[in-house]
Write a protein that binds this ligand. Structure first.
Ligand code: DQA
Length: 158
C-alpha cells in the first residue's frame, strides 16, 4: 500500500530556518529515513513539497486512486486553509497531520488546526521523529485496512 507524504510551505527550508524550533535536519534526510521505514515494512512511498496552497490541494486530489493514505505537514496552511481541509475530506483517505514543533506550546494562532477534524490523528512536537511516528501509525492503519479487506473476501467466498 502507498503513502503520499505532502510537505507545505517553508518545509523545504528545514536545516536552515529557525533551527532552535525545527532542528538541524534537512527535509531530504527526513525523507530518507521515512523511505527506509517504508522499505522495511513493505510500504510504497512518494514525497511532495510545495509552497503554494493550490498545488497542495492538487496533490491531495491526485491521491485519489494513487495512494492509500496521506501524511501531511501543511506548515502555516494548517492554521488557515479551508481549501486543504476540504481536499482531505473529499478524497476520504486516512490522513495523518504532522508537525515538528509542539504547536500547542507556541503562539495562539498555531493552536488552531483547520485540518485536524478531517484527519485520523495528529502528531506534534517530536521534531523529525514526528514523521517516524506518523509512519508507524500509517503502517498500523494499512494493516487494519488489509485485515478488513481479507475478512470481506472470506465472507464473500462463504
Ligand atoms: C509546523 C508548525 C506551523 O505552525 C508552522 O507554520 C510550520 C511548521 C511544524 O512542523 O512545526 O511551518 O507545521
Amino acid at each position: 500500500m502507498k503513502v503520499m507524504v505532502i510537505q507545505g510551505p517553508n518545509l523545504n527550508m528545514l536545516g536552515i530556518r529557525e533551527q532552535q524550533i525545527y532542528g538541524a535536519m534537512k527535509l531530504e534526510e527526513i525523507h530518507t529515513q521515512m523511505k527506509a521505514f517504508a522499505d522495511a515494512n513493505g510500504m510504497e512511498i512518494e514525497f511532495f513539497q510545495s509552497n503554494l496552497e493550490g498545488e497542495l490541494v492538487d496533490k491531495i486530489q491526485e491521491c485519489l486512486g494513487e495512494a492509500d493514505g496521506i501524511i501531511i505537514n501543511a506548515g502555516a496552511y494548517t492554521h488557515t486553509s479551508i481549501a486543504i481541509r476540504d481536499a482531505i475530506a473529499a478524497v476520504q483517505l486516512p490522513t495523518i497531520e504532522v508537525h515538528l514543533s509542539n504547536v500547542y506550546r507556541r503562539e495562539e494562532f498555531r493552536q488552531k488546526s483547520m485540518i485536524a477534524p478531517v484527519c485520523a490523528g495528529v502528531i506534534t512536537g517530536f521534531g523529525p521523529f514526528s514523521y517516524h511516528l506518523a509512519m508507524v501509525a500509517m503502517n498500523q492503519i494499512f494493516q487494519e485496512i488489509k485485515a478488513i479487506k481479507a475478512q470481506q473476501q472470506q465472507q464473500q467466498q462463504a
